[in-house]
Design a protein around this ligand. Structure first.
Ligand code: ATP
Ligand code: MG
Length: 357
């Protein structure tokens, strides 16, 4: 029986549009090789350019439109001239929140030693995954400006951590640690010495969850120390659970460890599958390299692999990873961020060729 998946494709802006082409190319290649799987792609030209002509980042009924899909693929959003807080709030954060995608999964895995900035330090075994809280925390959007225009003007930005959501995020992290068979460990990132309500609460729930999962080792570090340890001994991390802000920052650091943002894949997951999940690389629209055809498509293609895993086609996902590893080993054509002179589409083609082998 042929399994058909309806995928909403939102390329977005800048290099998002360029790398999306390669992600779709890979899916088309897999479809040709597997008679029992079919993808239906619906393209949506939402993003900053859409905003500049229509005044909106997405259609008013955009969320309604997206509801019926099996998954959403997103390139990147952002454009000079459109304030970041608008592009983020009205598209990305809106979809994450409306579809209760409370898990942001970001794998950090070093595939080729030479791409790691710590290569001369003998570091190689980097393989961790971040479970970042994705719908509340520091990005809850609560706060305001008071006494605007006066000398006493002030801004307030409030974090919101609900017990329900925090428990679910940590539960997800513990289950993931169990399924990974690596160190059987969850590291919790905190800052409870300074954030005396939110992070103390976070720590308390983490302790409760650890009690329920005694077979999993746990450790708790402050965010500043975590950034140090990720450089000093990255091999000691397995699953890391972090708040929205801390997870955002630390995963860029992690992306650098794995060779740069051109490698960093991500998934916004609604584990209960009440709504579609959304798959998007960690990087943004990178305006200064956009239009040149030199963006690294690996992050997007790895993201496609995460989508296939979520759709329970891990076999196809493994094929993609194998192909990425192969082209990194050969190093015949890579994009400039990896020291090569290849183009986005050449790298996409090479990965498709490797998949076909
Ligand atoms: P955002 O706020 O949308 O996350 P940002 O300001 O963090 O955007 P990015 O667009 O993520 O910036 O990229 C930062 C820099 O990293 C880019 O300017 C570019 O040099 C590099 N970069 C990001 N993604 C890629 C990629 N896929 N290939 C090559 N270089 C990339
Ligand atoms: Mg960024």
């Amino acid at each position: 029986m042929v399994k058909t998946y309806k995928i909403a494709v939102i390329p977005g802006d800048g290099i998002g549009i360029e790398v999306m082409q390669e992600g779709i190319k890979v899916l088309n290649t897999l479809e040709k090789l597997n008679k029992d799987i079919k993808f239906i792609f619906d393209w949506y030209d939402w993003g900053c350019e859409y905003y500049l002509t229509t005044g909106k980042m997405m259609d008013d009924d955009g969320i309604e439109k997206l509801k019926s899909y099996d998954a959403i693929l997103l390139g990147a959003v952002g454009f000079p001239g459109v304030p970041d807080h608008i592009s983020l709030r009205d598209l990305l954060l809106k979809i994450r929140q409306e579809f209760n995608q409370y898990i942001n999964l970001r794998p950090i895995k070093l595939l080729a030693e030479e791409d790691c900035p710590l290569k001369n330090k003998g570091v190689k075994d980097i393989d961790m995954v971040f479970v970042r809280e994705n719908t509340e925390g520091e990005y809850a959007g609560v706060g305001g400006i008071q006494r605007e225009g006066t000398e006493e003007e002030l801004a307030i930005q409030t974090s919101v951590f609900t017990r329900k959501n925090t428990e679910k995020v940590m539960e997800y992290a513990f289950r993931l640690a169990k399924s990974r068979n690596k160190l059987n460990k969850v590291t919790s990132v905190t800052k409870s010495n300074a954030l005396n309500y939110s992070m103390v609460f976070w720590d308390k729930i983490f302790k409760e969850k650890a009690e329920q999962h005694k077979d999993i080792k746990t450790e708790t570090f402050h965010v500043d120390a975590t950034s140090m340890y990720m450089i000093q001994r990255p091999e000691s991390f397995d699953v890391v659970v972090a708040s929205n802000l801390f997870g955002d920052i630390l995963t860029d650091l992690g992306a650098t460890l794995q060779g740069g943002l051109g490698f960093a894949a991500g998934a916004n997951i609604n584990p209960e599958r009440e709504y579609p999940s959304m798959f998007e690389p960690v990087h943004g629209s990178a305006p200064e390299i956009a239009g040149k055809g030199i963006a690294n498509p690996i992050a997007m293609i790895w993201t496609v692999k995460m989508m296939l895993d979520f759709l329970e086609h891990e076999d196809l996902g493994q094929k993609i990873m194998g192909a990425i590893e192969e082209i990194l080993k050969d190093r015949k054509k890579l994009t400039p961020d990896l020291g090569g002179n290849g183009t986005t589409s050449e790298v996409g083609d090479m990965i498709c060729e490797a998949i076909k082998k």
